[in-house]
Design a protein around this ligand. Structure first.
Ligand SMILES: Cc1ncc(COP(=O)(O)O)c(C=O)c1O
Length: 379
C-alpha cells in the first residue's frame, strides 16, 4: 500500500501577536498552563472524509455549538509534552513518538479517530516554528504542548461523534520548584480513580474531573497531591492524580506499581525506569499493597518515594497521610538521593547537556544562524 505524505499544516499568521514586551512579561514567571502563545495547530475530521484542514491559526476561543458532544459526554483525549531549548538555541522534543502512540491509544478507547504520528509531529513542529520566540531559554523552563482531540459534532445522541477537531496549544512554563524536603500525599480512601475496563490508562478528561474532589480533600488535609488505591480491592497503590509513583529501597533497587490498565503509562515513568535500569539497578514492577509500602517506609526498607510526570518531572514525597495514617519518608529531599540523581540525568538529557543514549530527543528547530540578532530578520 502506498504511504501517504501528510498534508503540511498551512500557516495563517496571527496579525496581532504579542509584542516583544508583552511576551517577555508573560514569560517572566508564568503560572503553569495560564499563558498561551500566539497560535494553535488545528485539523478537522469528518466521518467518511478523514482528517483535513491542517492549519496553524491565531490562538482564539473555539466557536463550539452548545450541543457539541464533548461538552455533554466528554468524548475527548489529550496529551502533554514539552519542547526544550538547548544552549545553542535549537529546540527539541522529548520522546514525542511516545505521546503520539498514547494519544492514538486514548483516541481508540474514546471512539475518536486516531491522529497519525505524522500529523501529531507535523502539528507540533509547525506550531513551534510559528511560535519559536515563545520557547523559553532560562534554565529549567520549557514550552508545554497540549494536544487535544474533541468531539465537536452538535449531537446529543450517545454515540461516537461524526465531527472531531485536533488542536494543539502551547504554553511557556517555568522551572518546576519542588517543595523543599518533598511533598505530602493524601491517600484517598473514599474515592478511586479507575476500574478494570474503564479509562484509567487513557488520558481523557473524565479521569481528571473525577480526581478534583479527592484532590481538594488532599488540600484540606494539608497535602499537595492525592494517591489512589485500586478500586477492586482498595488495597494496592496505583498513582497520583497526575503522576506515577516510584519507591527506592535501601538496597538501591526500585519498586513501582505495574501497569494494570488502570494506571496511565507515563512517558516519564518509562524513561526513568530505563535510566535506572541502565545504571544496573533492579526494577520491580508489581502490585504494591499500601500496607507493604507503609511497613517498608517504617522499617527503613524503603528509603525514598517520588512522583514523576512531564509537568513536575520528579517530585520527592516526604509524607503519606490518611485518616488512619501518617508516615514520614526518611530519604526525601536529602542530598544524594536517587530522585535527585535521576532528575539530573533526565533533565541533562532533555536540555542537551547529557548523552542521548536511547535516541529520545527530536530536533524540531535548528540553532539560529550566528549572525541573527535581536532585531530579527531583515525584510
Ligand atoms: C494520571 C497521570 N499519571 C501519570 C502521568 C505522567 O505521565 P507523563 O510522564 O507521560 O507525563 C500523568 C501526566 O500526564 C497523568 O495525568
Amino acid at each position: 500500500m502506498e504511504t501517504q505524505t501528510p498534508t503540511p499544516f498551512t500557516v495563517i499568521p496571527n496579525r496581532r501577536p504579542a509584542t516583544d514586551e508583552e511576551r517577555w512579561i508573560a514569560m517572566e514567571d508564568p503560572v503553569f498552563g495560564k499563558v498561551f502563545t500566539d497560535h494553535m495547530a488545528r485539523a478537522t475530521w469528518r466521518d467518511g472524509h478523514g482528517w483535513a484542514d491542517r492549519r496553524i491559526v491565531p490562538l482564539a476561543p473555539l466557536p463550539l455549538h452548545p450541543g457539541a458532544a464533548v461538552l455533554h459526554y466528554a468524548q475527548q483525549a489529550f496529551e502533554g509534552l514539552k519542547a526544550y531549548r538547548h544552549e545553542d538555541g535549537s529546540v527539541w522534543l522529548f520522546r514525542p513518538e511516545a505521546n503520539a502512540a498514547r494519544l492514538a491509544a486514548s483516541c481508540r478507547r474514546m471512539a475518536l479517530p486516531e491522529v497519525s504520528e505524522e500529523d501529531f509531529l507535523a502539528a507540533l513542529e509547525a506550531l513551534i516554528a510559528a511560535d519559536h520566540a515563545w520557547v523559553p531559554g532560562t534554565p529549567g523552563s520549557s514550552l508545554y504542548l497540549r494536544p487535544l482531540v474533541i468531539a465537536t459534532e452538535a449531537s446529543l445522541l450517545v454515540q461516537p461523534a461524526a465531527e472531531v477537531d485536533f488542536i494543539v496549544t502551547a504554553s511557556p512554563v517555568g522551572a518546576y520548584m519542588a517543595a523543599p524536603g518533598g511533598v505530602s500525599i493524601w491517600v484517598s480512601r473514599g474515592y478511586h480513580r479507575a476500574n478494570a475496563g474503564g479509562t484509567g490508562d487513557t488520558k481523557t478528561a473524565g479521569n481528571y474531573a473525577a480526581s478534583m474532589l479527592p484532590q481538594a480533600e488532599a488540600k484540606a488535609h494539608g497535602c499537595q497531591q492525592v494517591l489512589f488505591l485500586d478500586a477492586r480491592e482498595d488495597t494496592y497503590v496505583e498513582e497520583l492524580g497526575g503522576m506515577n509513583l516510584v519507591a527506592v529501597r535501601a538496597d538501591g533497587s526500585i519498586l513501582t506499581p505495574r501497569l494494570t490498565g488502570t494506571i496511565l503509562p507515563g512517558v516519564t515513568r518509562d524513561s526513568i525506569l530505563t535510566l535506572l535500569r541502565d545504571e544496573g539497578r533492579a526494577v520491580e514492577e508489581r502490585d504494591i499493597a499500601l500496607t507493604e509500602l507503609v511497613e517498608g517506609i517504617e522499617s527503613g526498607e524503603i528509603l525514598e518515594l517520588f512522583a514523576c510526570g512531564t509537568a513536575a518531572v520528579v517530585t520527592p514525597i516526604a509524607r503519606l497521610v490518611s485518616d488512619d495514617l501518617d508516615v514520614t519518608v526518611r530519604g526525601a529531599g536529602e542530598g544524594g538521593s536517587v530522585a535527585d540523581a535521576v532528575l539530573a540525568r533526565l533533565t541533562d538529557l532533555q536540555y542537551g547537556r547529557g548523552e542521548d543514549a536511547h535516541g529520545w530527543m527530536r530536533r524540531v528547530l535548528d540553532a539560529p544562524p550566528a549572525e541573527e540578532t535581536a532585531e530579527g530578520d531583515a525584510e
